[in-house]
Design a protein around this ligand. Structure first.
Ligand code: PLP
Length: 410
């Protein structure tokens, strides 16, 4: 029923393929810079101390059961998630113009939003029915959006020359997109480049999007993990809300709680301020619930319970902020150490971007052949596009990695 011309052999997911190759490598010096998950200074997964506390509390609760959550998820989790991403005093919350559903982590939130757009977004200008993603973007954006048959276009983002933001290219493409287009924006710690707009640039992006009546869809997978401050990392979203946009947000708790496999996330729809906003969120929420029901029925409970305990308890919340500073601080230290080692070796080229970029990832500027050589000669595993996960570096391997890079760029 499914011959090869109908169902061809799909290529392996490049990232998961990389992980498998790394596992197989028996060399003791091997370095994993592919993985998009935090590692401690011993290259080990890190259970956040605050998550351990919340988990212990949950496990000792005699009333804990395994019943279904409601379709929209755990109410205290979604309410706390709104406050976290929009700020406790957000006018959107006091106006009751936000509807939120718990999702299967950030991926599920991007999917739910894309599916909703595919089904319901019908701008008066039919050309505008497209979502613009940054070039490059998180590879899964392309698959998720294609799977729901939402037309996809792209805007320039990364400058190969400066290894920073191609602001003019980004701004120009947004300005030229048909009025009313959907623009997908990484809220902070852009994946894969590690390059974010400055606050001043965000203001300009918001202004032109307002003029063009574009619709923002924020993907926020690294709140608190990028700068170490939850508020700083949500600044762009809050600026857009202040400007009166109607928008959507995909929120992941994978990285900032280290709850990768627990799949805790949230999707938010924020209506623009108007007298009919509450009616709109009720209607939108009712349709989102139907989409959710048909796809996952109801979201997974355990990770959301852990996150909810922490988000709703002042003491645990403060401990979480400490843990976030530990993770983001170690990553910043590794950026500095890598740059210092390359400077010391007088490695050809300018490496300022290593410390200028932010978050889990860095676009090094290394090309595919150099990446290949690093793997063959030095057992360093990273994606073909030259992206490294900063979390894979530690005080034990950063010098080794810098020397390996020095070897392939000379
Ligand atoms: N969006 C971006 C930009 C990401 O980098 C990630 C994770 O790598 C996600 C969304 C979603 O991840 P998850 O589904 O694990 O929350």
């Amino acid at each position: 029923a499914f011959p090869p011309d109908v169902v061809s052999q799909a290529p392996e997911d490049p990232l998961f393929g990389l992980m498998a190759a790394y596992k197989k490598d028996t060399d003791s010096k091997k370095v994993d810079l592919g993985i998009g998950a935090y590692r401690d200074n011993n290259a080990k997964p890190w259970v956040l101390p605050v998550v351990k506390q919340a988990d212990d509390r949950l496990r000792s609760d005699p009333d804990l059961n395994h019943e279904y959550l409601p379709i929209g998820g755990l109410a205290e989790f979604t309410a706390a998630s709104q406050k976290l991403i929009l700020g406790k005093n957000s006018p959107a919350l006091s106006d009751k113009r936000v509807v939120s559903l718990q999702t299967v982590s950030g991926t599920g939130a991007v999917h739910l939003g894309s599916l909703f757009l595919s089904k319901f977004y019908n701008p008066s200008n039919a050309d505008a029915k497209a979502i613009y993603v940054s070039s490059p973007t998180w590879a899964n954006h392309n698959q998720i959006i294609t799977n729901v048959h939402l037309p996809m276009k792209s805007y320039p983002y990364f400058s190969k020359e400066t290894k920073g933001l191609d602001f003019d290219g980004m701004y120009g493409a947004i300005e030229q997109a048909p009025s009313g287009s959907v623009i997908l924006l990484h809220a902070c710690a852009h994946n894969p480049t590690g390059v974010d707009p400055t606050q001043d640039q965000w203001k300009k992006i918001a202004k032109v999007m307002r003029e063009k009546k574009h619709f923002p869809f924020f993907d926020c997978a690294y709140q608190g993990f990028a700068s170490g401050s939850l508020a700083t990392d949500a600044w762009a979203i809050n600026h857009f809300v202040e400007q009166g946009f109607e928008l959507m947000i995909a929120q992941s708790y994978a990285k900032n709680f280290g709850l990768y496999g627990e799949r805790a996330g949230c999707f938010h729809f924020v209506a623009a301020p108007s007298s009919s906003a509450q009616d709109e969120v009720a209607r939108v929420g009712s349709q989102l619930a139907i989409l959710q029901r048909s796809e996952i029925s109801n979201p997974p409970a355990y990770g959301a319970r852990i996150a909810s305990l922490i988000l709703n308890d002042e003491k645990l919340f403060a401990q979480w902020e400490e843990d976030l500073r530990t993770m983001s601080g170690r990553i910043k230290d590794m950026r500095k150490a890598l740059k210092e080692n390359l400077d010391k070796l007088q490695t050809p080229g300018n490496w300022d971007h290593i410390t200028a970029q932010i978050g889990m990832f860095s676009f090094t500027g290394l090309n595919e052949q150099q990446v290949q050589k690093l793997r063959e000669q030095s057992h360093v595993y990273m994606t073909k596009n030259g992206r490294i996960s900063m979390a894979g570096l530690n005080t034990g391997n950063v010098e080794y990695f810098a020397k390996a890079v020095d070897g392939v760029v000379r």
